[in-house]
Design a protein around this ligand. Structure first.
Ligand code: ADP
Length: 511
C-alpha cells in the first residue's frame, strides 16, 4: 500500500470508529465494536479492553474472543501487577512487544487458548488519568509496527471521550429514572406547565385527578383539559401560589406552585380531605358544645337576680355578685362570638345586596358613640358616599363595629380615633386609626388569630374574648376583601380593610 493510500485508509478507519462510537450509548457494546474494527484493521489476532476504577482495580474486561469467566478472572488479577497492561498503566503510555519470547513484560498463563507472540497496547485516558488499556495481540512475532502506535492512540483517544459521554449519559439517565419513579409513585398530583400554561408533565395522580387517559394531554393547554375553576384560577396572572382546590368527587386538594426559571411552573396538589373533615368535626363539636352552655349560663345569671330579690345583701355580698355577673357576661360574650364565628364559617353563600358603605360605617359609628363618650374618646369620621359593595350589611356593620370597639377599648380616655372611608382604585378602603397603646411587633402577626389576646396581663381592665378580630377577618374575606394592621408600641394602631367595589353594576368578584 502506498503511503498516501495508507493515510487515507487510516482516516477512513478513524471515521468509521467515530461513527461507531456515536451509535451506541452502552459503553460495553461500543467498546466491543471499536475493538472489532481495530483488530481487523491492524490485522491483529484478537484484542481486549480493560477499564479501571478510581482505585485502579479492573472494573470491566472486554475481550474480542470469548473466554471462560474463570480464566478471564484469573488473567485480570495478574495482568495488572505483572503483565503488559500493568506496564502501560504504570508508564501512562503505549508500547509494542515485538516478540513475547524475548520480552519479560509479557506473562504467560496456563492453558492459554491463543499463543501470543506480538502485542501492541495503549492507555485510554480521561483528563490526566489512565482509565483503561486497549491491547491487540497476534500469534506471530513482529506483527505490529512502531508507526501503528499513533493510530492506536488516536482510536484510544476517541474511545475515551465516547466512554465519558456514555457514562455521563448513563448517570443522567439513572437520575432521571429515579426522579421519574418518585414523581410517578407519589400520591400527590404533580403538574408541570410551561409559562403559557401548556401541560409538560402530569404524573399518574394528576391524570387521575383530572380524569385523563394516558397521552392525550401532552402539550395541550390546561384550560382545555379541565374546567375546574379553582384549579385554573391558580394559573391566572397575579394569583396566589397556594390555594384549596375542591374536586367534583368531593375531595379537597391543597395546591402549591413553584416557579422554575426558563421552564414554567411545578404545581403539587395534596389531598387534604381528611384534615378538612377533622376541622369540620372540631367546629361542629365547638358549636354544639357552646350552644349547650347558653342555658346553664342564663341560669347562673338568673340565680344572681334571685339572691338579690330574696332580701338585702351586704356590701361584700353585692361585690361578689357583681363578680359573678361580670364573669357570666364575659362567658356570654365568648359564647356569642364563638357561635357567630362558626355561623360565619359555615356560611357558604352570603345573602348579597348592594350596600352603600357610608351608611354601614355610620351605623357602626353610632353604635359605639355611647362607649366613646363614656371614655371621653374623640371620634373623627371622614366618609364618602357612593362607594358601593356587594355583600351583607349586618355582617359588614358588625366588622366595622368590632374595629371601632377595639380602638375605643384599648385607647386610654381622652384619646382620638379617626375613621376614614376612601376609594383606592376599584376598592373601598376603611381605616380605623387610634392613638392608643399600639401592638408589639411580636404580637402583630397574631392579632387576627382566634382567641389571641396581646398582653392580656396588662389589659386586666379591658375585657375581651380574643375573637373580635377573627370575626372581622372572616367577614372581610367573605366579601372578597383583605384586612391588616400597622402598629408600633405607643404609636397607636391603624387597622385597614379593603373591599372590592361594585363598578357600574359590574360584579365585583368576576369569578
Ligand atoms: P379582644 O379585643 O376581645 O381581646 P380581638 O380579636 O378583637 O380580641 O383583638 C385581639 C387582640 O389584639 C386584643 O386582645 C388586643 O391585644 C389587640 N388589639 C386589637 N385592637 C387593638 C387596638 N386598636 N390597639 C391595641 N391593641 C389592639
Amino acid at each position: 500500500m502506498g503511503k498516501a493510500m495508507q493515510e487515507l485508509e487510516r482516516l477512513k478507519l478513524i471515521n468509521r470508529i467515530s461513527d461507531e462510537l456515536n451509535k451506541d450509548l452502552d459503553p460495553d457494546k461500543m467498546l466491543r465494536r471499536v475493538l472489532e474494527l481495530t483488530v481487523s484493521y491492524l490485522n491483529a489476532g484478537t484484542g481486549s479492553v480493560m477499564l479501571f476504577d478510581h482505585q485502579n482495580r479492573v472494573s470491566a474486561f472486554i475481550l474480542q474472543q470469548e473466554v471462560s469467566d474463570d480464566r478471564a478472572n484469573r488473567i485480570v488479577g495478574k495482568v495488572l501487577t505483572e503483565g503488559f497492561a500493568g506496564w502501560v498503566l504504570k508508564h501512562g503510555e503505549g508500547g509494542i512487544i515485538y516478540d513475547t519470547h524475548r520480552d519479560s513484560r509479557w506473562v504467560v498463563y496456563d492453558n492459554q487458548p491463543y499463543d501470543v507472540r506480538s502485542v501492541i497496547a495503549t492507555p485510554l485516558r480521561r483528563r490526566q488519568r489512565v482509565i483503561g488499556v486497549i491491547t491487540l495481540v497476534h500469534d506471530e512475532p513482529n506483527k505490529f509496527k512502531e508507526d501503528e502506535l499513533p493510530l492506536l492512540n488516536a482510536i484510544a483517544g476517541q474511545a475515551a471521550i465516547a466512554l465519558e459521554n456514555a457514562q455521563l449519559f448513563k448517570e443522567t439517565e439513572q437520575e432521571r429514572s429515579k426522579l421519574s419513579a418518585i414523581i410517578n409513585s407519589t400520591q400527590d398530583a404533580v403538574l408541570v406547565t410551561s409559562p403559557e400554561n401548556g401541560v409538560l408533565l402530569l404524573n399518574p395522580a394528576a391524570r387521575e385527578m383530572l380524569g385523563l387517559n394516558k397521552r392525550s394531554w401532552e402539550g395541550r393547554q390546561l384550560s382545555n383539559l379541565t374546567s375546574n375553576a379553582d384549579l385554573l384560577r391558580l394559573f391566572s396572572p397575579d394569583s396566589p401560589s397556594t390555594g384549596e382546590v375542591p374536586l367534583p368527587d368531593g375531595r379537597t386538594m391543597w395546591a402549591s406552585m413553584t416557579e422554575i426559571p426558563e421552564m414554567g411552573r411545578v404545581t403539587v396538589l395534596r389531598d387534604i380531605s381528611a384534615f378538612k373533615e377533622l376541622d369540620q368535626l372540631k367546629r361542629d363539636f365547638v358549636t354544639a358544645f357552646t350552644h349547650d352552655l347558653r342555658t346553664p349560663l342564663a341560669t347562673v345569671k338568673g340565680y344572681v337576680e334571685l339572691v338579690r330579690m330574696d332580701g338585702v345583701v351586704s356590701e361584700r355580698q353585692e361585690e361578689d355578685l357583681q363578680g359573678v355577673t361580670r364573669a357570666a357576661n364575659l362567658m356570654k360574650a365568648l359564647i356569642e362570638d364563638l357561635l357567630e364565628l362558626s355561623r360565619l364559617e359555615r356560611l357558604e353563600e352570603l345573602a348579597r345586596e348592594e350596600i352603600d358603605l357610608e351608611e354601614a360605617v355610620e351605623t357602626s359609628v353610632n353604635a359605639v358613640k355611647p362607649l366613646a363618650r363614656s371614655k371621653q374618646v374623640e371620634l373623627i369620621v371622614e366618609t364618602q358616599s357612593h362607594l358601593l359593595v356587594e355583600g351583607n350589611s349586618v355582617l359588614l356593620t358588625r366588622a366595622f363595629s368590632n374595629l371601632l370597639d377595639n380602638a375605643i377599648k384599648y385607647t386610654p380616655s381622652k384619646g382620638t380615633i379617626q375613621v376614614k372611608l376612601d376609594r383606592k382604585d376599584n376598592q373601598a378602603m376603611i381605616s380605623v386609626i387610634d392613638n392608643g397603646p399600639g401592638i408589639s411587633a411580636k404580637d402583630l402577626p397574631r392579632v387576627f388569630e382566634k382567641f389571641f389576646r396581646a398582653r392580656p396581663e396588662a389589659d386586666n381592665d379591658v375585657p375581651g374574648t380574643g375573637l373580635g378580630l377573627a370575626i372581622v377577618k372572616t367577614i372581610t374575606e367573605q366579601h372578597g376583601g383583605e384586612v391588616w394592621v400597622e402598629s408600633e408600641p405607643d404609636m397607636g394602631s391603624v387597622f385597614t380593610m379593603v373591599l372590592p367595589l361594585v363598578r357600574n353594576g359590574e360584579n365585583p368578584n368576576p369569578d
